[in-house]
Design a protein around this ligand. Structure first.
Ligand SMILES: [Zn+2]
Length: 282
């Protein structure tokens, strides 16, 4: 009898847990999707147009120097318009230091560099009105050097979060692109983005697989794009492939909450009962 009681109790706990973990997306959608684009390539202004034509708002992470990104400054007025149209224009650091350079910097250097980009965005893109937005780690690295915290130059994930959090409200890395809401509620500086590149079939199938997986699992899919067409650094996809992915989102719209990273992240935090940062507890 006791054994039977215990198994009923176990079943009740199991049912409670599975219902408690089902996160509620707006309008009973099954999943969330954010489209992000890194480095401010000129062809991303076209991406914003492609999204606008479909009623979709994306996230564009800008950087001003390093990696030959001076073009972003030349198109500051256009990026300010993209912001005013409702897209998120986020911080991708001022200098876009690669791993090798980053490892030589102190954490104060890193905070200053992110802060310089904040000042640039505030003046040139946000029209001097502070805006809630997120960050994308250059090269996707959410840590600097080893995980070990070294007062002089190393920043582990939590330390990086502490130096970013006065400036931005979340941050995107590179990885599987699959984000469980209950995890993001506590680790909003570890939002995973999946890089979408390759030829047309590869790029579309990679994006479709990630989006479909999100719908099946109720998770948040974050895709990462770079440039379109001939422009770019080897991570380009064609305009046709980008458009096909945007069209697929429209096709699956009934199942998808499609919004910029900052919007989805804020929805998760606001709708999770215990959303304290995992880092703050350490
Ligand atoms: Zn980048």
């Amino acid at each position: 009898m006791n054994a039977l009681k215990n198994s009923y109790a176990a079943l009740a706990i199991l049912l409670f847990c599975s219902s408690a973990t089902a996160f509620q997306w707006p309008e009973n959608k099954k999943s969330a999707v954010s489209l992000t684009s890194d480095d401010g390539w000129n062809s991303q202004l076209l991406q914003a147009d492609i999204l606008d034509a479909r009623g979709i708002k994306g996230t564009f992470y800008l950087t001003v120097v390093g990696m030959g990104m001076a073009r972003v400054a030349a198109h500051a007025k256009k990026w300010a318009k993209v912001h005013r149209r409702g897209h998120e224009v986020g911080n991708h650091s001022f200098s876009h230091w690669d791993d090798r350079v980053l490892a030589t910097k102190t954490k104060h250097d890193i905070a200053d560099d992110v802060g310089n980009m904040e000042a640039w965005l505030l003046q040139h893109v946000y029209g001097n009105v502070p805006v809630d937005h997120t960050f994308a780690y250059p090269q996707g690295n959410g840590t600097v050097g080893s995980q070990e915290i070294d007062e002089r130059k190393q920043a582990g994930a939590c330390e990086y979060e502490r130096l970013l959090s006065p400036m931005v409200s979340g941050a995107r890395t590179l990885g599987s692109g699959e984000n469980r809401p209950e995890m993001i509620a506590r680790r909003r500086f570890s939002i995973s983005g999946i890089a979408i590149d390759g030829d047309d079939e590869t790029a579309f199938n990679r994006a479709k697989k990630a989006i479909d997986n999100g719908i099946t699992k109720g998770t948040w899919t974050v895709a990462v794009f770079h440039s379109l067409g001939d422009e770019g650094d080897g991570y380009s996809i064609s305009r046709a492939a980008y458009t096909r992915i945007a069209d697929y989102l429209v096709l699956r719209r009934a199942d998808l909450y499609i919004a910029p990273v900052v919007t989805v992240k804020n929805h998760i935090v606001a709708n999770t009962p215990r959303a304290d940062s995992a880092c703050a507890l350490q």
